[in-house]
Design a protein around this ligand. Structure first.
Ligand code: 13P
Ligand code: SF4
Length: 322
């Protein structure tokens, strides 16, 4: 076995650590992880784990979610620069001003956000539970949705609930070309087109299935189709190929000639960095206890709604100074 993998396994055992990896990670990291999944699954696994150390091979907001839900755990990331364009597009002070303008609204925030932005929100959603959670919001309440406007627009259409949208987007998913996907579909008329809801509306209109990374993988596993055009980060193809070695998988093309649909943040993680992080127990996520307590409220509301529980909703926004 590769010596680096042997070393990681020894370090993992020494610290009783759990390794969680997102579907967009390099294949060798996915193969090494204890659990591989979408944002919701990783948050759930991180929360319920009994391990004192959790290493999250994904992006920093995912590790922050685990830390907020389980502050007693040491939560490691291989690279602290593994950010997310949606986090970069939603500075907390601007988000707060937006909230202040709509004090009676319910603020629904995508999990791809900073801890500070979560603390300003009423409920968090991921792409796999968002529809269910939006449908649980009382009809008479106005909804603010941020920071991904493409996911918000898709959800507003799907649920029939109008929403005020924050103007953020994923720099990776906006690059897919609806025109080129259309051309690929004409070459492969039997192919199922799978798209993540962070893609722009024109791309979603070409899709047969729209959903979270786990939903798209499930479609490849269960569909009788033999060809798929995949409009999300290509890391997911690692699991898709394993599940359906008989199927033809096409990466949805981007506009221009660039191969730029890899998430530059997810791809910062490497086996070397994972070994270093487990050896030094750093970098680790640190969030002030006051901020973590506040951010935990909308995250726990999300977890309860995901389980189908009934929750109470705040009647209006209460100012929270970061
Ligand atoms: P999922 O929750 O669907 O895995 O999506 C996370 C993400 O960052 C998509 O870009
Ligand atoms: Fe963020 Fe987009 Fe990367 Fe997902 S793919 S982590 S939304 S930058």
């Amino acid at each position: 076995m590769n010596t680096l993998i042997t070393k990681i396994k020894e370090l993992k055992q020494r610290h009783n650590a759990l390794i969680l990896a997102h579907y967009y990670e390099h294949g060798d990291i996915q193969d090494l992880a204890d659990c591989v999944g979408d944002s919701l699954y990783l948050a759930q696994q991180g929360q319920k784990a009994e391990n004192p150390v959790v290493l999250l091979a994904g992006v920093v907001f995912m590790a922050e979610t685990v830390k907020i839900l389980s502050p007693e755990k040491t939560v490691l990331v291989p690279d602290l620069d593994a950010g997310c364009s949606l986090v970069h597009h939603s500075p907390a002070e601007e988000y707060r001003k937006w909230r202040q303008k709509h004090p009676d609204a319910i603020c629904v925030t995508y999990v791809n956000s900073s801890a500070a932005v979560k603390a300003l929100s009423d409920v968090i959603v991921t792409s796999s539970n968002a529809e269910k959670i939006i449908r649980a919001i009382p009809e008479e309440r106005t909804i603010l949705f941020g920071p991904d406007q493409n996911l918000g627009r898709y959800l507003a259409k799907k649920t029939g609930r109008p929403m005020e949208l924050w103007p953020g987007a994923c720099e990776v998913h906006v690059l897919f070309s609806a025109r080129k996907i259309f051309e690929l579909k004409t070459l492969h008329p039997e192919a199922r087109v799978l798209a993540h809801p962070e893609c722009e509306d024109a791309v979603l209109k070409e899709a047969h299935v729209i959903g979270s990374t786990s939903r798209l993988l499930e479609e490849v596993k269960n569909s009788p189709a033999k060809e798929f055009i995949v409009a999300t980060e290509p890391g997911i193809l690692h699991q898709m190929k394993k599940a359906r070695p008989d199927a033809k998988l096409f990466e949805a093309p981007a506009e221009g000639s660039c191969a730029c649909n890899e998430c530059p943040y997810m791809k910062l993680n490497t086996l070397e960095k994972i070994a270093h992080s487990l050896e030094t127990l750093s970098p680790s996520i640190s969030i002030s206890p006051v901020l973590a307590e506040k951010a935990k409220i909308p995250l726990e509301r999300m977890m309860r709604l995901t389980q189908g529980e009934v929750v109470s909703w705040p009647s209006h926004y209460v100012e929270f100074n970061l």
